[in-house]
Design a protein around this ligand. Structure first.
Ligand code: BDR
Ligand code: CA
Length: 317
């Protein structure tokens, strides 16, 4: 049986890798994408989502989301990581597909009303749309099947500050609201994304095996890999956003732990995700009253690499 998902995304090169995976995997039904600011603006993200759908000849709703964080000062978009177009400057012809009339948050509220208990929200950008949906209709927590988030760090260091990952730092107040809500939530932090590296050779093989999706990813990745070389010092790039989806299709490749999450919203550690495993710090009232979520802490990187390759290759076979 396939899982109906709404992908909340800021495409973005690794977002593209996730979008292609969602389209290619037979157990995922991508019903919509809701855009969010982050790697690019919310408007660019929405049009990029449409462009990718056109590129592979697939249809799904695309709604435009929030353009700035709830409370925090907006941080600059990540054009230095993902290129001026969010796609590594590959000059894809832009889509003319119209956007959905609802905003991303409204779309999340309405779609989960239309399909109670059936929709999984996979969020791979800042969590502003999800927080706005919670404000609009707190009952959404009882209607989603699951929420899976790519973001944060548990025992790993951050990529946007020493202790913060970019999606969470881009809207710490939204992330805090999302983690404080009682919905079934799974976090895929950098602890499970950083062990997976797509190398230039991996892209070369993928482009040979699957020229449509693999070929485009190989082109886009050149820009992304240049950033990784400068910033992280290795020859390859990390497909962060895909991990939130592979958790749904291949949960066995992850080690998972239950506990509570919170986000620091002020000061030098702003954007830091704090994880307390179930049963710990019971004497502290704050943690006693937090909902329990699942956090992914380890990944079988080799299993992931072959699983991703196979999924894309099979789609084009
Ligand atoms: C996250 O930040 C964005 O730049 C990526 O698309 C990913 O969602 C990784 O920190
Ligand atoms: Ca993203």
């Amino acid at each position: 049986m396939s899982t109906k998902i709404i992908l909340d995304t800021d495409p973005g090169i690794d977002d593209t890798m996730a979008i292609f995976y969602a389209i290619a995997h037979p157990e995922i039904e991508l019903i919509a994408m809701t855009s969010i600011f982050g790697n690019v603006s919310a408007k660019e993200a929405a049009h990029n989502a449409c462009t990718l759908l056109d590129y592979v000849g697939v249809d799904a709703d695309v709604a435009k989301g929030a353009g700035k964080p709830l409370v925090a000062e907006p941080r600059p978009h990540s054009y230095h990581v993902h290129g001026e177009d969010g796609f590594g400057n590959v000059n894809l012809s832009l889509s003319e597909k119209p956007l959905h009339e609802l905003s991303s948050a409204e779309y999340l509220v309405e779609k989960t009303k239309a399909h109670p208990g059936e929709i999984t929200i996979v969020a791979v950008g800042p969590l502003t749309n999800l927080a706005l949906a919670l404000d609009m209709d707190p009952q959404i927590v009882n209607r989603v099947k699951e929420v899976v988030v790519m973001g944060g760090v548990v025992y790993h260091s951050g990529n946007a500050s020493p202790v913060a990952e970019a999606n969470i730092l881009n809207d710490p107040h939204a992330a805090e609201k999302v983690f404080a809500a009682s919905w079934p939530l799974v976090l895929a932090p950098m602890d499970v994304t950083m062990p997976v590296v797509f190398t230039p050779n991996y892209f070369a093989d993928l482009a040979d095996a699957a020229p449509k999706m693999g070929g485009l990813m190989k082109q886009m990745a050149k820009f992304y890999i240049r950033f990784y070389k400068r910033y992280h010092g290795f020859d390859g790039c990390v497909p962060h956003d895909v991990m939130a989806l592979t958790y749904l299709t291949a949960p066995g490749m992850f080690l998972r732990k239950r506990g509570s999450l919170s986000v620091v919203t002020e000061g030098i550690a702003v954007g830091q995700t704090v994880f307390v495993p179930s049963g710990k710090f019971k004497h502290v009232a704050f943690w006693q009253n937090r909902p329990q979520h699942d956090v992914l802490l380890e990944i079988d990187a080799n299993m992931f690499l072959s699983h991703y390759f196979q999924t894309i290759e099979n789609w084009e076979a």
